[in-house]
Design a protein around this ligand. Structure first.
Ligand SMILES: C[N+](C)(C)CCCC[C@H](N)C(=O)O
Length: 288
């Protein structure tokens, strides 16, 4: 089993993650709190109350953990495709595998990444949602002091299953949309690369960027449900299940609630995934 895909997936995931982190914090806040009027208002308030550090709350932890999850995604995708088509990463450039195979491999990667991501993503969302200012003396102490304290508190107060809150919604968010992610990426690379050659850096950047947008646009409704379920049990009552979350959110806030974070998800997706795919391809080429 080729392991370089896992390593390349990890490094490229870390680079993409840092690139998109400030967007991600704004998104999580907009999806789960009702105090902001929009993207700009949210950014201004974060900056005023929490300084630039507010945008990077809880980042060290995702860099070490969520980046590893990206390695699960890319490693499983590539190895599943290899098992299905008997071609390696390099051969696939000459002969594009069928879209069905790409989709199946992407969904498999997406499904497995969702479960490895669940506890880490939950901790990230909880930390990002702490609005207390660390720079102002005298302001109330946040509920969680950091990732380890957050994990320990959840385990104590909500049990081990608490760490997997929202994981069903996360799985529904990631499985089909990561199939779509790889289809978009491979199809665009294939389209704009002369037969038999490797795609240029510009092609990889653009194809990666659009792959990110395509998958985030389709993932947003489940992303909202997931974030709300993950926050359940903190300050508000926990939802009884995914359906309860969908119905309650819809009744109280209308259909638009499922598209919260849509603009920011799409804006974040381009640079993050352009950088992810470029570094991924580059690393594999250097090693291969
Ligand atoms: C499937 N869904 C769109 C939800 C996630 C796609 C993940 C791709 C990349 N790690 C990123 O953070 O953009």
């Amino acid at each position: 089993m080729p392991v370089e895909e896992f390593v390349a997936g990890w490094i490229s995931g870390a680079l993409g993650l840092v690139m998109g982190y400030p967007f991600d914090t704004v998104k999580v806040r907009l999806q789960t709190q009702n105090t902001y009027r929009g993207i700009v208002d949210c950014m201004v308030k974060i900056y005023r109350h929490e300084s630039i550090r507010g945008f990077f709350k809880g980042m060290s932890f995702p860099v070490a953990s969520i980046a590893v999850v990206n390695s699960v995604l890319f490693g499983v995708y590539s190895n599943t495709l290899q098992a299905l088509t008997a071609t390696s990463h390099q051969d696939r450039r000459a002969q594009l595998p069928s879209y069905t195979h790409i989709f199946i491999a992407g969904c498999t990667g997406g499904f497995l990444q969702a479960y490895s991501l669940a506890p880490f993503d939950l901790i990230k969302v909880r930390l990002q949602n702490q609005t207390e200012s660390r720079v102002r003396p005298g302001s109330p102490a946040p509920l969680y002091r950091g990732p380890v304290h957050c994990a320990a508190t959840i385990l104590r107060e909500e049990g081990p299953r608490g760490l997997f809150r929202g994981s069903g919604a996360l799985m529904l968010r990631d499985t089909p949309t990561l199939g779509l992610y790889f289809i978009t990426y491979e199809a665009l690379c294939y389209q704009y690369t002369p037969a038999g050659q490797q795609p240029s850096s510009a092609t990889v950047l653009v194809a990666g960027g659009f792959a990110g947008i395509a998958s985030w646009v389709t993932a947003t409704p489940f992303d909202v449900v997931k974030a709300r379920m993950q926050m359940g049990g903190v300050k508000r009552r926990a939802y009884a299940g995914m359906l309860d979350c969908v119905v309650t959110s819809f009744r109280q806030e209308g259909l638009g609630v499922f598209f919260r974070g849509f603009t920011i998800n799409s804006a974040r997706a381009f640079p993050v995934n352009a950088v992810t795919f470029l570094s991924y391809e580059h690393l594999l080429r250097t090693w291969g």
